[in-house]
Write a protein that binds this ligand. Structure first.
Ligand SMILES: *[C@@H]1O[C@H](CO)[C@@H](O)[C@H](O)[C@H]1NC(C)=O
Ligand SMILES: *[C@@H]1O[C@H](CO)[C@@H](O)[C@H](O)[C@H]1NC(C)=O
Length: 454
């Protein structure tokens, strides 16, 4: 009895060992072959009025790039699709409990889902298999590098937050043929993506919104699921690269008002600062897209600062011009005075030498001011009329000299008066412009930073 029992145990044990199952048995049972049209041709439902429900889940793996210039958003996503093939069923008990097999992607029907925003075919290697369960549930997973177009608002660049959509829908199957169902709601998808995200780079992932919508075209409706990725730019690089240097140049330009020299050096300094700014503007040209519905704040920032610097350069040119004019006229009058001096001397050379020696005396009288000449000259005129003696010739010469002196002095005085005026104006303009400059800058900068922050 005991031996018989032992034999029985050995027998049953051997029998269970004999029963060897392979996945091929299941494949053979299902008649799955690469050229079997039964599984590939049409939507796998027994009753055509049944819609195929596709459950979709998308998780963001990485934000590979956001290209503002071409308005392109390149995320790396992990998509899971799950649907039911009503033609596939088997009993796992018949196949040693095999409840799942993997089959190549192109052997059975797959929903024709595609991403509306995708502008470039994904050529990264595909996951070759799908998982088929005994009840006909099929799971397909794919990593997709999506090159999608995304309308970006650059108004607040580089302190901006961007929203990009990825819309998934069937290409030809309407809402009564394929229904789409998002597995995760917004908060779950956001949470999963936050956990899984590998690289964010310049961008900080904020949230993933999931919503469903129906798209109607020619009385036919398609169901689509819209995934909205929200991300915020990390502005540090742009601040260091762009905003701060411009501020530094602006402060340099402000400081250049204290360069005492109003001539070439100051002008050269300002032109250099302006050139430096225009080089920075070239960088901006590389980043910003050509079309933008709202002027980016950074453009306003640059243009206003550039305009202020340009104005200050023009103002310096004006001031330099005024000073130069003053200087030139002084120089001109000095030369003319010298020339007239010479003329006077030539005339004196015509006179005899002793007279000339005596004529040197009036030169000492130079001290007198213009007003005194006016008083003095009529008297001299009278002297000229009344006295005709030998000494009168000397007096006449003195008179001549005094007239020359008066001319020179009045010329000098008028010239100094004129010059004084333009220097005064230059100083006034300089001060007024500096005040205007400082006020404009101290109003503009806080305003634009407030606008940037809200
Ligand atoms: C597979 O093909 C055989 C013979 O053509 C058929 O008898 C069987 O029912 C098929 N199996 C399935 C699951 O359709
Ligand atoms: C889309 O259409 C289907 C079928 O008519 C409906 O059940 C579903 O609620 C619609 N979805 C939306 C977002 O309107």
């Amino acid at each position: 009895m005991r031996v018989a029992l032992l034999l029985l145990i050995v027998f049953t044990d051997e029998a269970s060992c004999k029963k060897v199952c392979s996945y091929k048995d299941v494949v053979d049972y299902l008649n799955l072959t690469t050229d079997n049209s039964l599984y590939k041709l049409t939507r796998p439902v027994l009753d055509y009025t049944h819609p195929t429900v596709v459950e979709l889940d998308i998780i963001l793996y990485a934000i590979l790039a956001v290209i503002e210039k071409t308005q392109t958003f390149i995320p790396f996503i992990w998509a899971t699709m799950m649907w039911k093939n009503e033609r596939i069923t088997w009993d796992p008990a018949q196949f040693c409990g095999i409840s799942e097999i993997s089959v190549p992607q192109d052997m059975i029907w797959k929903p024709d889902l595609f991403i509306f925003e995708m502008i470039q075919k994904d050529d990264s290697p595909k996951n070759p298999f799908m998982l088929v369960s005994h009840d006909g549930t099929i799971v397909s997973e794919e990593d997709v590098r999506v090159v999608s177009t995304c309308k970006m608002d650059m108004h607040k660049f580089p302190f901006d937050t961007q929203r990009c959509n990825i819309t998934i829908g069937s290409a030809i199957h309407c809402v009564n043929e394929i229904r789409l169902l998002a597995v995760s709601n917004s908060s779950r998808a956001t949470e999963f993506s936050r956990e899984l995200i590998k690289t964010q780079g310049e961008w900080e992932f904020l949230q993933l919104l999931v919503s469903s919508s129906n798209y109607t075209y020619h009385d036919r409706q398609w169901e689509q699921i819209v995934y909205t990725f929200t991300m915020r730019r990390r502005p540090l690089l742009h601040v260091i690269n762009f905003l701060l240097p411009i501020l530094f140049f602006l402060s340099l330009d402000l400081a250049s008002f204290f360069i005492a020299d109003h001539r070439g050096e100051k002008l050269g300094f300002k032109v250099t600062v302006l050139l430096a700014i225009s080089v920075l503007l070239l960088i901006l040209n590389d980043i910003l897209p050509a079309m933008s519905n709202k002027t980016p704040l950074i453009a306003t920032y640059c243009i206003v600062i550039f305009a202020l610097m340009l104005l200050s350069l023009l103002e310096t040119i004006l001031v330099t011009y005024l000073m130069d004019k003053d200087f030139a006229s002084m120089e001109k009058f000095r030369l003319r005075a010298e020339w007239e001096d010479k003329q006077g001397k030539n005339r004196m050379d015509n006179c005899n030498k002793e007279e000339k020696r005596k004529s040197l005396c009036p030169c000492i009288c130079k001290v007198s001011e213009g007003e005194r000449h006016h008083e003095l000259l009529p008297v001299a005129e009278q002297v000229n009329n009344s006295i005709q003696s030998g000494e009168s010739r000397v007096l006449l010469l003195i008179l001549e000299e005094l007239k020359e002196l008066q001319k020179t002095l009045t010329l000098h005085f008028s010239c100094r008066d004129y010059g004084g005026k333009s220097v005064l104006w230059a100083a006034r303009i300089n001060r007024a412009f500096y005040i205007f400059y400082v006020i404009t800058v101290s109003l503009f900068l806080p305003l634009i930073f407030i606008e940037w922050n809200t």
